[in-house]
Design a protein around this ligand. Sequence first.
Ligand SMILES: Cc1cc2nc3c(=O)[nH]c(=O)nc-3n(C[C@H](O)[C@H](O)[C@H](O)COP(=O)(O)O)c2cc1C
Length: 216
Amino acid sequence: MTNISNGKKKTKRKPFPKNQINKTVPLSYSKKQHWKGGTLLAPIPPALVTVGTMEHPNVLTVAWTGILNTIPPKTYISVRKERYSYPMLVEQKEFVINLPSANLVRAVDFCGVRSGKDIDKFKEMNLTSVPAEKVSAPLISECPLQLECKVTDTVDLGTHTMFVADIVGMDVAEECINQSGKLEIEKCNLLAFAHGEYFTLGKKVGTFGYSVRKRK
Ligand SMILES: Cc1cc2nc3c(=O)[nH]c(=O)nc-3n(C[C@H](O)[C@H](O)[C@H](O)COP(=O)(O)O)c2cc1C
């Protein structure tokens, strides 16, 4: 759809391109209920965080995680003091964020409801620990992507302590890298967590900056 005015070509863009409209959800929401503040941000990654060493590893599920800064690349995990993993994080100041595929949903849930003080979660869930490049905590071989992290700051926030960390390395499954060396993230089939439920990501509906990019 194009308009010609002032000698310049203008392209009218529809707010929702047809192929992206999901007819099962409304296009606009007219009435809202106001709720008290809470932790509703969604979707978020339910990460399998590994701590400890190759000899004595542990893994716990962490949903309170995210990216804090680009250069240097920084992340955080927020962990309760009562977790078995907590003193390991405090002492070692290293961890790995393993991003699970949807195939690992049972392991993700299990590692978030059972403690390493009682059982070996790697063994129970058939997870394979492999050495990381830059930190002592292991990678989980079954996860397609990893962020290797070194803690730089801790912030006591209330129920949780936030471990702020430098992302010192990343591990990317070769099966998810194309011939040009680009990560094709859809091949990772990543798992999402939203309001207490696990989801797969669904289909791609755009790429960064596509809304203003000119068609070739
Ligand atoms: C989906 C999901 C997300 C979770 N996110 C967090 C979190 O962000 N921080 C936290 O301290 N515990 C979180 N938990 C709970 C811990 O993973 C759980 O208490 C676990 O058993 C701790 O393991 P550990 O005792 O071996 O360290 C989460 C659990 C689930 C199922």
